[in-house]
Write a protein that binds this ligand. Structure first.
Ligand code: PAF
Length: 296
């Protein structure tokens, strides 16, 4: 495995590769990241994992200074997976001058996560675009854990005609359901026990919908109240259409619940996709009443 810290060396090294997959990360790697790496490795001759804690996507009051930087451990994990290249630039390499050119994002970037972290997606999109330009991968892998981020990167690639395919990787969870995240390391032991409440809440909403409940706004509200009554500070719990990430309406069948909530000092996000199945049509009923197809 090669660790490359500067752009010119990386570009020269990548010239001889027939196909390149990029896994952009901020380090502090866990099994979630490693699952992205495995996907990348299955689809390209050369896998590049970038590790860069991107100041642009942190608001001044956020945890940029404290964000866990564990480069030696990260490189060991990646070495074990036989990753080809780790791109480990420092800040002067990616931002040699103040990054004045940034992207203008669609209104969606100011909703949900963006409403609570103004400028976050602009910072993400800007660094991801820079990484795409530097590495020029045919493929890049992003986790569904950061659902809105994945969505925005996909739209950016479509609308800016970037020649890269975005692959989405499923969220990796602990046995109790908690989505793996670098920020889980901020949780105290007691908070860690409680942290899977978030996933259980999403799962409960999914079950309630499967049982026929379509009062999406009431479901969001009762989930918020329930978490709040157990000491969570909820930023949002939102049932959205998967395709647009706009609020889901009765009749929509392809949904995702997105959530962000704080437990003590730690802010966690999670999501769960929900596909509402149309009921199978009862053959006898169809024969007697051909227009009887009803949504659940
Ligand atoms: O998901 C992350 O770790 C970051 O937002 C990313 C995509 C590496 C950009 O800094």
């Amino acid at each position: 495995m090669e660790i490359i810290t500067d752009i010119a060396t990386l570009r020269t090294r990548l010239q001889r590769e027939p196909s390149i997959a990029l896994v952009p990360t901020m380090g502090n790697l866990h099994q979630g990241h490693l699952s992205l790496v495995r996907i990348a490795q299955q689809h390209a001759a050369c896998t590049v994992v970038s590790i860069f804690v991107n100041r642009l996507q942190f608001a001044p009051h956020e945890d940029f200074d404290h964000y866990p930087r564990t480069h030696a451990d990260d490189c060991q994990l990646l070495e074990k997976l036989a990753v080809d290249i780790v791109f480990l630039p420092d800040e002067k390499t990616l931002y040699p001058v103040s990054q004045e050119f940034q992207l203008l994002l669609p209104p969606l970037a100011d909703t949900l996560e963006g409403a609570f972290r103004p400028g976050f997606f602009r910072g993400v999109a800007t660094v991801v675009l820079k990484l795409f330009n530097i590495v020029q991968p045919q493929l890049a892998v992003f986790g569904k854990k950061d659902y809105q981020q994945l969505h925005i990167v996909q739209k950016m690639v479509q609308q800016l005609n970037l020649p890269v395919e975005i692959m989405a990787a499923e969220t990796v969870r602990s046995a109790d359901g908690l989505a793996l995240s670098s920020r889980n390391s901020y949780l105290s032991e007691a908070e860690r026990q409680q942290a899977s409440d978030l996933f259980r809440t999403l799962h409960h909403i999914k079950q309630t919908i499967a049982q026929g409940n379509r009062d999406f706004r009431a479901l969001e509200q009762s989930a918020r109240s329930n978490l709040a009554s157990h000491g969570w500070q909820v930023d949002y719990i939102a049932l959205q259409q998967r395709e647009t990430l706009l609020p889901a309406q009765v009749g929509d069948t392809d949904l995702v619940i997105l959530a962000a909530a704080r437990l003590g000092q730690t802010r966690l996000i999670d999501n769960l996709e929900i596909l509402i199945q149309e009921p199978a049509i009862n053959t006898m009923e169809r024969i007697s009443n051909p227009s009887s197809r009803q949504a659940v």
